[in-house]
Ligand binder design. Structure first.
Ligand code: NAP
Length: 501
């Protein structure tokens, strides 16, 4: 029988939940070596949430030592590929079986609607682990072309210990994007989740052990970036940092790698993605894409379509349609209400930053058409309604900086050249989209937008089969697809001579 989800059902589940907040190192929960803890505040109502271990250098050392030991032992990396595959597929199944609990942990931590946590975040995390699990026994090495008496094997080998540092906006999904390919390739991982969103990571680690992954293959150290992330990124025995977060911290990570052991880094960073609408476009489709592209997850999305670059002749009609879609479909509500499509922002400070960006937009000459204001403050939580600004120019803060809230900035244009110039006039290059019925223009324009992903007449289509990541200051290295496996491997050439030359 399918479960009928009501607010009471979720409230009941929450009442019985006792989240685990200790690190997960070498297959077991552990408090911090210092004994320090911190308390997470719940974005849905501002009340105290889980208590978590506040990790530091000693905890990172312990986790890296466990990860190194299991890597050197070879019990995971040298395991029969189809057996490793079974473990990964079981892990994916366990994630699905514990879906409601994982969804609740995610919603508790980050304030996103419970049904989105369940139907999107948990589902995609399980699918990600499954995708890379299925790949394990389909990976081949190469034999290079050589002369007749020699053989050169080009082996793809795991790096060793991977440090993963992740953000709070899609914790389960982004963790799975790192864990799936890194572990499938044979590495061990030490994950430092964002301090706001550690609960689902700890649960993932418990489930990995239940699925038969050896202790030490996947460790979690919770805590603050400066205290736990920095020692991980500076660690002399970590071979790579796979980072997702802001461009500002991404630059620090590159510096830590250079200051320590020249470990490799992969960076998935910020964005300010353009969605360009020409006057010949299907305006209903464009309005739906623009609204959902910008407001989904309350705008806390790296590739959110925050800059709507619209041909002036259709701007007014398009904004009216965006407003209608937002009112009709994008219900803001309490995260435990199954009808809510968007919920709370991550924390009070972040809400204040979003509100200050909105105020700056008005001060700089932008005009607020609807929304973009604090709502539901009686709950004690951090809610901002989705809203649109017009009369924005591309030099305003709203167009240049990540707001990471549900605010869409509309920038008008007259010609295709002008639209392209505005679209590419950003330090970021994560994603972009073009809406037009002219297919020549669609292809010309999609080639010319400087971004890792470009959509034509749609937004946010994605699949594990396609790489995801940025150009320019949106970073380098790709999550998802088979290319992500390469990121966690190195090439090793083995020459053999036989017979006489
Ligand atoms: P953030 O502030 O850069 O933090 C990301 C991670 O880095 C967190 O775990 C954080 O820990 C840690 N950190 C902070 N300072 C550190 C330091 N000095 N050394 C090592 N680690 C450190 O980003 P966020 O606010 O969590 O996430 C939002 C950002 O992520 C946005 O810019 C968004 O565009 C980007 N993002 C990009 C993608 C993508 O795929 N390109 C996807 C999602 C998000 P603490 O939080 O505990 O300090």
């Amino acid at each position: 029988m399918t479960q009928e989800y009501t607010r009471a059902y979720w409230e009941n589940l929450l009442a019985g939940l006792k989240p685990e907040g200790r690190h997960f190192i070498d297959g077991a929960h552990r408090p911090s070596a210092s004994g320090a803890t911190f308390t997470r505040t719940r974005p849905m109502d501002g009340k105290p949430g889980a208590e978590l271990a506040r990790g530091g250098g000693a905890d990172v050392d312990a986790a890296v030592a466990a990860a190194r030991a299991v890597f050197e032992s070879g019990i995971w990396r040298k395991k029969e590929p189809r057996e490793k595959k079974k473990n990964m597929l079981k892990w994916a199944d366990l994630i699905r079986q514990h879906g409601e609990e994982l969804a609740m942990l995610e919603t508790l931590d980050v304030g996103k609607p419970i049904m989105a946590s369940l139907n999107v975040d948990v589902r995609l995390a399980a699918d990600g682990i499954q995708y890379y699990g299925e790949m394990i026994d389909k990976l081949y090495d190469e034999i290079a072309p050589t002369g007749p008496n020699a053989r050169a094997l080009v082996r793809k080998v795991p790096l060793g210990v991977v440090g993963a540092i992740t953000p709070w906006n899609y914790p389960l999904i982004i963790d799975a994007w790192k864990l799936g390919p890194a572990i499938a390739a044979g590495n061990s991982v030490v994950l430092k989740p964002a301090e706001q969103s550690s609960l689902s990571a700890i649960k993932l680690a418990e489930l990995a052990i239940e699925a038969g992954l050896p202790a030490g293959v996947f460790n979690v150290v919770t805590g603050y970036g400066e205290e736990a992330g920095k020692p991980l990124a500076l660690h002399m025995d970590v071979d790579m940092i796979a980072f997702t977060g802001s461009t500002e911290v991404g630059k620090l990570i590159m510096g830590y790698a250079a200051q320590s052991n020249v470990k490799r880094v992969a960076l998935e960073l910020g964005g300010k993605s353009p969605l360009v609408v020409f006057e010949d476009a299907d305006l209903d489709a464009a309005a739906s894409a623009a609204a959902w592209g910008c407001f989904y997850n309350s705008g806390e999305t790296c590739h959110a379509s925050t800059r709507l670059i619209v041909q002036r002749s259709v701007q007014e009609a398009l904004i009216e349609k965006i407003q209608a879609v937002t009112r009709r479909e994008i219900t803001l509500g309490h995260p435990l209400d199954p009808s809510a499509q968007i919920g709370a922002l991550i924390e009070e400070d972040h809400m204040k930053k979003v509100l200050s960006m909105i105020a700056a937009g008005e001060k700089e000459g932008g005009r607020r058409v609807f929304g973009a204001e604090r709502v539901m403050d009686e709950t004690g939580g951090y809610y901002v309604s989705p809203g649109v600004f017009v009369d924005v120019t591309n030099d305003m803060k709203l167009a240049r900086q990540e707001v990471f809230g549900p605010v869409l900035a509309a920038i008008p244009f007259e010609t295709e050249e002008e639209a392209l110039r505005i679209a590419n006039d950003t330090v970021y290059g994560l994603a972009g989209a073009v809406f037009t019925r002219d297919m020549d223009r669609a292809h010309r324009f999609s080639e010319a937008i400087h971004a890792g992903t470009v959509w034509i007449n749609t937004y946010d289509m994605s699949s594990f089969a396609t790489p995801f990541g940025g150009f320019k200051q949106s970073g380098f290295g790709r999550d998802r697809s088979a290319h992500a496996i390469d990121k966690y491997c190195d090439y090793k050439t083995i020459w053999q001579q036989f017979g006489s030359a």
